[in-house]
Write a protein that binds this ligand. Structure first.
Ligand SMILES: [Zn+2]
Ligand SMILES: [Zn+2]
Length: 174
């Protein structure tokens, strides 16, 4: 029933790309290909983090790396994030981009010893979608935690005695 409803809805209100307006999807392949993944990473120190270093001697002991997925200066990512608040389907693209990032930019092997965790409600829907595609549970009980956040440094991560890998959409350098 839901499919028929969606089909009819799509006939009356065809999905349009939020960026270029092309019909067929909420975000078209051409526009998706314009999103650049971030290549510069800093250690987990909140103040004066070291560039291109995953851990320094001052980093919180349980945080193994902070991976920043996007460059917030890229307007298109901001637009996608803003629109995802009213079009939840767009969170699919965030989970796709995060998975691509993890595959290309990190050597993490997402196995059953990983779970996804978050505190920031703003990334709740992205976390859910990420959980669906990676088949990793949303929990803080596994040995390795992918801690999703909108922007690192964020509210306290805690999770002592875990290996925490921060997946941050953006990074603020203080
Ligand atoms: Zn487009
Ligand atoms: Zn550090």
């Amino acid at each position: 029933m839901k499919n028929i409803y969606n089909y009819i809805l799509n006939l009356i209100f065809p999905k349009k790309c939020i960026n270029c307006g092309k019909e067929g999807s909420h975000f078209c392949e051409d526009c998706l290909s314009l999103i650049e993944l971030n290549k510069i990473n800093y250690c987990a120190c909140a103040n004066n983090p070291r560039k291109n270093c995953s851990r320094c001697e001052n980093c919180p002991s349980n945080i193994f790396a902070v991976f920043t997925v996007f460059n917030e200066k890229q307007k298109l990512v901001q637009k996608l994030l803003f629109k995802s608040k009213t079009i939840p389907d767009l969170n699919l693209y965030f989970s796709y981009l995060i998975i691509t990032y993890i595959k290309i930019m990190t050597n993490l092997n997402l196995n059953e010893n990983f779970s996804i965790f978050y505190k920031d409600k703003e990334v709740k829907n992205i976390a859910k979608m990420l959980s669906k595609f990676t088949k990793l549970k949303i929990s803080d009980q596994k040995e390795n935690i992918l801690f999703l956040t909108k922007k690192y440094p964020c509210e306290s991560v805690d999770l002592k005695n875990k290996k925490v890998y921060i997946i941050s959409l953006f990074r603020e350098i203080l």
